[in-house]
Design a protein around this ligand. Structure first.
Ligand code: SF4
Length: 59
């Protein structure tokens, strides 16, 4: 399911992944919602935002 990209930051999220399509300057995320996995992770190193989509740097 495609996640809606908003024209403003999702105020509940701080993200520094500047190669993501949803990243906004100021370490914001413009995705309406995100999903984080995997289940049963034992520390933050094991978790990933699965909503991450690599930004197309040519557009
Ligand atoms: S979708 Fe995930 S990786 Fe991308 S900016 Fe938002 S929180 Fe960061």
């Amino acid at each position: 399911m495609a996640i809606q990209k908003m024209d403003k930051p999702n105020e509940g999220i701080r993200c520094v992944v500047n190669t993501c399509e949803y990243y906004m300057n100021g370490d914001h995320c413009s995705a309406k919602q995100i999903e984080v996995a995997p289940r049963n992770a034992s520390d933050s190193e094991q978790t990933d935002c699965t909503t991450f989509t690599k930004k197309d740097t040519f557009s």
